[in-house]
Structures are given as structure tokens and as C-alpha cells.
Ligand binder design. Structure first.
Ligand code: BJW
Length: 235
């Protein structure tokens, strides 16, 4: 049984599992980032206020890993699907890396921000992040030394929610790839899609926290299950 062949409008939500096989760490898996770092210290505005140098160190290291990594077969398959049906596919990612873009995808909605961007905590100006950022970097617009990575931390409002909600409202098919279903509002998208009448599909290495909400779950590494699904939907 396939649930994907006739879908007109497809919303795809990706998580850390999409980039795992490119060598970028996930958060909650065994050996994930949250087993080595205290998320309250590196992924909250309060942690940044306490110790901006530590937060920059964390994101500088992740930016370096990202620059050394390459898109894998799953990124390439999603970019391919978007090229095949540009008006039908909305790509939403929780990932802050640029591997979907480097695979050729366009207009990716980065709801948790991007490692390649910097944000002034004083005036909200945004600009391209240098490879290494420091707390003393001045904002190019206002000069304040309150530069931060343009990342959505816990307690902050994710980006482009109106655009995402509109896409979910019109979705015929919602696909979640490589995300554990632990972090909201992204973890609630499957319910919103069902409410809108969409079919739902999970592609993950292991069943997610909200696997029971999906009409179908296909388990396996993203580099295998994503290209398989894309080939199926394109056939
Ligand atoms: C593979 C694989 C392979 C591995 N192939 N798969 C109580 C109840 C409900 C909500 C809350 C609550 N208390 C607080 C909240 C809100 C809070 C929240 O959800 N907290 C939970 C922890 C409970 N959320 C927020 O604060 C968010 N803002 C917010 O809610 O604003 C108010 C609002 C309300 C309503 C509407 C709109 C707004 C902000 C969340 C910000 C998240 N930030 C982070 C860090 C910053 C980004 C970064 O540094 O990269 O984002 S946390 C971290 O988790 C990161 C990720 O994007 C996010 C999701 O993680 P993800 O991608 O799912 O990764 P993992 O590691 O969890 O899972 C990996 C998956 O991959 C697994 O399933 C593996 O099986 C799989 N996998 N290898 C395929 N090869």
C-alpha cells in the first residue's frame, strides 16, 4: 500500500536524522549533542546571557562540522523531488545546517534558524555569519557587541510559522523525516496535517515519540528510505 502517489501538495519536515549520515550529530540519540552539552547552557537565551563565549564555542564547532560535511543521498533526493514538483513541495527543516541548499534545494524554511547567519540581540539586524563568531563581534548595523548565532533557542518563537501553518492547512501529504517528535511546535505538525485532512508518513531510523499519529511509518536510514520514497512518488 502506498499513501504518497496522488498527493498534490506535500509538506516535508526534516530533523537531525536527515544529516546524521553526513556526519552531523543528532541531539537525543545515544552519543547525541544533548548527552555532551547542557541544553540550558547552550540553547536558551538565558544560557547565552550567562556565558556567551560558551554558546559561541558550541555553534562555532557545529559551523565547522557543517562546512566539512557534504549532503547525503537523502538531501539530494529531496532537492530532486522539489525540482520535479516545485509548486507542490514545501520543505521545512528544523536543521540549522545548509546541506539541503547545497544539495540544490531552494526556499527551504529553516524554522530553527541557520548556522550561516548572525543576529544582533540588540537591534535584530541579520547578516551572513563568519566561520568563527565571538561575543565581542560588533553588529554591522548598530555596533552593539551582542552578536549571536541566528538560531531559535528554547523559549523563542520559531521562524516562518505563518508560512508553515498555511502549507499544513493545504497539505495532502505530510512527511516527517529523521525527527524524534520531542520538540514543539514541530512535533505538533503531524496533528495539524491530519486535522487538515492530509495523509501522514514517517521516515526514520527508529519510531519517533509520536509515531502512533502517522498513517504509515517506514524505518531505515534516511540515505536509503528517502531516495526510495522519492523514486516511488516520481514514478
Ligand atoms: C535518523 C538517522 C538516520 C538518527 N536516518 N533518521 C512542554 C510541553 C510542550 C512544549 C514545551 C514544554 N515546555 C517547553 C515547551 C516548548 C519547547 C519544547 O518543545 N520543549 C520540549 C523539549 C518539551 N519548544 C520551544 O521552546 C520552541 N519554541 C516555542 O515553543 O515557542 C512558542 C510557540 C508555541 C506554539 C507555536 C509556536 C511557538 C523552540 C524550540 C527550539 C529548538 N531548538 C533546538 C536547538 C537549536 C537549534 C540547534 O542548535 O541546532 O533545535 S533543540 C533541538 O531539537 C534542535 C532541533 O531542531 C530540535 C529537534 O530535534 P530533532 O531534529 O528531532 O533531533 P533528535 O536528536 O531529537 O532526533 C533525531 C531523530 O533522527 C531520531 O528520531 C532518530 O531516530 C533519527 N535518526 N539517525 C534517519 N541515519
Amino acid at each position: 500500500m502506498t499513501i504518497s502517489m496522488n498527493a498534490e501538495r506535500i509538506v516535508i519536515l526534516t530533523g537531525a536524522g536527515l544529516s546524521a549520515e553526513s556526519g552531523l550529530g543528532t541531539f537525543r540519540d545515544k552519543d547525541g549533542l544533548w548527552t555532551r552539552y547542557d541544553l540550558n547552557e547552550v540553547a536558551t537565551p538565558e544560557g547565552f546571557a550567562r556565558n556567551p563565549a560558551l554558546v559561541h564555542e558550541f555553534y562555532n564547532a557545529r559551523r565547522a562540522n557543517m562546512l566539512a560535511a557534504n549532503p547525503n543521498a537523502a538531501h539530494l533526493a529531496l532537492a530532486d523531488l522539489q525540482h520535479f514538483a516545485p509548486d507542490r513541495v514545501t520543505l521545512v527543516t528544523q536543521n540549522v545546517d545548509d546541506l539541503l541548499e547545497r544539495a540544490g534545494a531552494r526556499e527551504v524554511i529553516h524554522m530553527h534558524g541557520e548556522l550561516t547567519r548572525a543576529l544582533c540581540a540588540s537591534c535584530d539586524h541579520r547578516w551572513d555569519a563568519p566561520e568563527t563568531m565571538q561575543p565581542t563581534d560588533p553588529c554591522p548595523a548598530c555596533g552593539a557587541q551582542s552578536t549571536r548565532p541566528d538560531i531559535v533557542w528554547f523559549g523563542e518563537f520559531p521562524y516562518q510559522m505563518e508560512r508553515i501553518e498555511a502549507a499544513l492547512t493545504n497539505a495532502d501529504l505530510f512527511v516527517a523525516i529523521g525527527t524524534s517528535g520531542n520538540v514543539y511546535p514541530a512535533a505538533g505538525f503531524v496533528q495539524e496535517a491530519i486535522f487538515a485532512g492530509a495523509r501522514t508518513l514517517e521516515l526514520n531510523l527508529e519510531a519517533s515519540a509520536n509515531t502512533g499519529l502517522f498513517h504509515e511509518s517506514r524505518l531505515g536510514p534516511a540515505s536509503l528510505v528517502v531516495p526510495e520514497w522519492v523514486a516511488e512518488i516520481r514514478s
